[in-house]
Design a protein around this ligand. Sequence first.
Ligand code: PRX
Length: 655
Amino acid sequence: MSVDQRPEIENLLAEGRTFPPDPAFSAQANAQASIYDEAAGDPEGFWARIARETVIWREPFTTTLEWDLPFAKWFVGGKLNISENCVDRHVANGLGEKVAYHWIGEPGDKRTITYADLLREVSKAANALRELGINTGDRVAIYMPMIPELPIAMLACARIGAPHTVVFGGFSAEALSGRINDAEAKLVITADGGWRRGKAAALKPAVDEAVQSTPTIEHVLVVRRLGDAVESGTAMEDGRDVWWHDVVDRQSETCEPVALDSEHMLYLLYTSGTTAKPKGIMHTTAGYLVGTSYSHMQIFDVKPDDVYWCAADVGWVTGHSYIVYGPLANATTGVMYEGTPDTPAWDRWWQIIEDYKVNILYCAPTAIRAFMKQGDALPARHDLSSLRVLGSVGEPINPEAWLWYHEHIGGGKTPIVDTWWQTETGQILITPLPGVTTTKPGSATFPFPGIEADIVDGAGNSVPLGGGGYLVLKRPWPAMLRGIYGDPERYKETYWNRFPGMYFAGDGAKRDEDGYFWLLGRVDDVMNVAGHRLSTTEIESALVSHPVVAEAAVVGGPDPVTGEAINAFVILRLGNEPTKELGQALRDHVATKISPIAKPKSLMFVPDLPKTRSGKIMRRLLRDIAQGRSLGDTTTLADATVVETIRANTGAAEE
Ligand code: PRX
């Protein structure tokens, strides 16, 4: 019997640079190296201690974990309310005047929401939900721009135990109605619209269209954000639609938080899978609160006076866990910005950091690469010296983008936490701890304390250090998904059947000789070139390591000789001209930087790349373009015109 010795995924790119923690930072850090040992010795005991120390319980839990693979229950027997934990307790502790959110509208309007304001507004909104017929257990859809009423609406739902399902405000009416129907939501909370790229973008018409096909919806609650800026006015249907200011403003300012079971469903968040039907990822109350708040405190080193800015949209899990629940549970002062980073100019974020003396910034590699493309001068014009910690999430961060972030945003001194996790995991699972971990640009480093991650081959065997394979998680963690709403079979099939007893994340990864984890992209994107299984990430990072490149994507296409050949798409940094010679030089650069087997067969310069609305590169569409196929579904694209532009340019491809 011949044994196939080829690795599951090749390990090509070696990154030697290391950044040990600054001793001065370590001396004041929240995170201590000892928590790794504590958690490794007794993971359940570790989480139980944190749950007892950090949560206000109405009734204490009796069992830390009930694990009926693959169904977990954490902190069983406990009762609590997450809005009480995020709001009431801080006011009771004398923090009523502390700012919960500094909110900045895109046109420049501002609001300051203290914890006392939040308590009042959440209570009124919760009373309004009840008046609109929402009871504990009823689902509520939320479809809003980035305005303070968005977290207020989520916390109001949580206060009465009505699970929310937030649908990102950039999604279509069809996406909204599909999610409403799957969740059988009774109410939609929305706004007349929001400001984006200097324009008033109406939202209510999409809701009107969506609710034509959602029989369970009884009411639509509408925040007035744009007012007269909506050109045609906002149509309100009698009996169904109500204005937030008409219903919420007149409510009582007190609303007793409902004591809920630890495993009461807090929310559903839909994430697209390989099939067209999105999966309703279920998160529950106590484990989610413990996982998000503790990880937030340790990983971002949040101090009582810090100003923290997670620049994601609340519509993604990053916003749920690290704009709303985690930070508020820790009484954090956050920044919330409504608009896009390029409005009115590409230094809007740097201006906000300067104005609010932001200490912690958490954003996505797609944003960092977009800033990198604009050049170094814009951040240099602003005082960013308040920054103490930088974070990255959503995609692998290329070492070069990491270094740019470190140098030009972090002033060469701030630790960077590259945090790996998913909608399904609820909380960050692989990450450095600032002040503890020596980082390497591009590596998410090590599993968080209490998390057991591994890299396995196709047969589920652990891959030795230096090798690549599939990322798996080997024990349950508090904020993990509890299933796919209404579809336990799909839950088992998607996450647990590939490797029995292990959670399969769908990501490729490798571990270097020092045990550092390096994420290599989705396994669906792995290319097979002449028998070598190559990850997208390493080749893209090799391209981005060239000083003219801001961003790159690679995909496989059929090749008669090698099986698959690599096609590269490259965005240049501003000020560089796309030429045939440069294309050749970049292809050679990959060959010398990592290996001749990874040299792209073709390279195309593009002005932009197709991305999901949360900023991830959509390689599936690039594959269609590279292979001359008709394009599949493009509705989840952030900008559908991008693929046409790339197609129109195909003549520029280097061969
Ligand atoms: O492929 C991984 C990538 O994003 C996926 C999860 O996406 P989503 O559910 O939208 O959640 C994004 C925000 C948590 C993962 O399976 N991903 C996320 N963070 C990283 C990452 N890939 C590499 N490095 C990361 N830090």
